[in-house]
Design a protein around this ligand. Sequence first.
Ligand code: ME8
Length: 519
Amino acid sequence: MSSKTPYYITTAISYPNGKPHIGHAYELIATDAMARFQRLDGKDVFFLTGTDEHGQKMQQTARNEGITPEALAERNSNEFRAMGKLLNASNDDFIRTTEPRHHEASQEIWRRMEANGDIYKDSYAGWYSVRDEAYYAEDETEVRADGVRYGPQGTPVEWVEEESYFFKLSAYEDKLLKLYEDQPDFIGPNERRNEVISFVKSGLKDLSVSRTTFDWGIKVPGDEKHVMYVWVDALTNYVTATGYLTDQNGPRAKYWPADAHIIGKDIIRFHAVYWPAFLMSAGIPLPKRVYAHGFLLNKGEKMSKSLGNVVDPVNLVSHFGLDQVRFFFLREVSFGQDGSYSEEGIGTRINADLANGIGNLASRSLSMIAKNLEGKMPEPGPLTDADKAILATADEAIAICREEMGRQQIHKAVGAIMNIVNESDRYFAAQEPWVLRKTDVARMATVLYVTAEVVRQIAILFQPIMPDSAAKLLDLVAVPEEKRSFVYLGEAGRLAPGTELPAPAPVFPRYIAPEADKA
Ligand code: ME8
């Protein structure tokens, strides 16, 4: 058995009613960076993603396409899986809610909520948004100029009236408010926390948790006319994958409760209100944190099929390169806020931070070692204050990164790494090793040693953000595979003098926009 501390992190599970878009890619990349960070930091990580395949939206889309919901789910779930491969996502499992293990777990959680006296039969009459798979109170909806009634997320709602089971959500109002107070970190960022608290304070009504007017879902135990409301089953996926509900002694039960659910801001209510209430009712421990990221906007505009600005992640990656796209999103967007992207913005970042930043620093220092020091890591001489200062900046960065990644402030962790790059650039320019080559070769060797050592640390820290490019950089400074985790940061893993380095090769090419290319 591993003595490492378990760490369980999840993305939302996506609706496979269409192909994945850039918002899905963004969430997966960010969560992957957090999972990789914790692994490199010595945790026993379980990282889950997957697809949310039931519900009215899936059934309607399938009907419109003239295929079965099973076929629609199968086709698009495969697209989501393929996107994960393309993005180099390191998820340990991919869950589909149509799998038998998930039907079993969902029925089990239902039975426990029922046994706790929280489920009763009545009839529902109210507004429902199929696109959001959400019930809305009348005062949350409005009729717009087009005569259509819309919900708070701008999607059309329809009137639903049917026999339904209800969950006694109203009984959890005080318990939820106490949870938010006792565990201030349960919801992040703060804007979302405040939003959730005021929603709960405004009063909770019991929640309709089953449907009878369609059958694409998980059957309610003991009443097969009903299928569970899709969000009851969807949220349960996080527990399903650990086996916690059905096999307490299984190898993954140790991962529950989850350390972090990473989701978009549009689904905070489900994760921070309904989900903890279901879990409390079923007597299951609560996740430690729910963190909602913002929305990606294309040049400041919401992506939509009608605006024709929906970006396919496959195209973006083939145009800019995977690690370039990963870096851009994680550096440019404050995680938790909305973020805007454009081709120009991505190109500018690639050139400023990657090509002219870390790429240039590595290639200038390593090519001087290749040319002047027979391609071997030199023996450093006595260290000056400037040498010590830049090494200290590199050695101290992990503490900052750990703190920021622990709060899902990915952009700040990336900023701390970029700060080492920028300071190293200034150090290198000030030391002028190309002048020392003619005046003081021993001192030149020390400057090159220090720079290469800092490049090593930058590369180790960049692994969660740009796994392939960081590995190439680590190859260039001859760091063996087994010495790439965070315990080797700082003194513990200093480059060994005398180590033979491979021939330097560029890792971050400049981005040249297609138009400029032609000119
Ligand atoms: O909501 N920018 O699925 P989904 C950033 N099945 N993130 C975005 C985005 C954008 N433009 N558009 C969507 C669902 N997302 C449910 C979840 S979890 C038990 C069930 C995010 O396919 C969105 O916020 O509509 C969500 O976190 C994820 O993508 C999947 O969205």
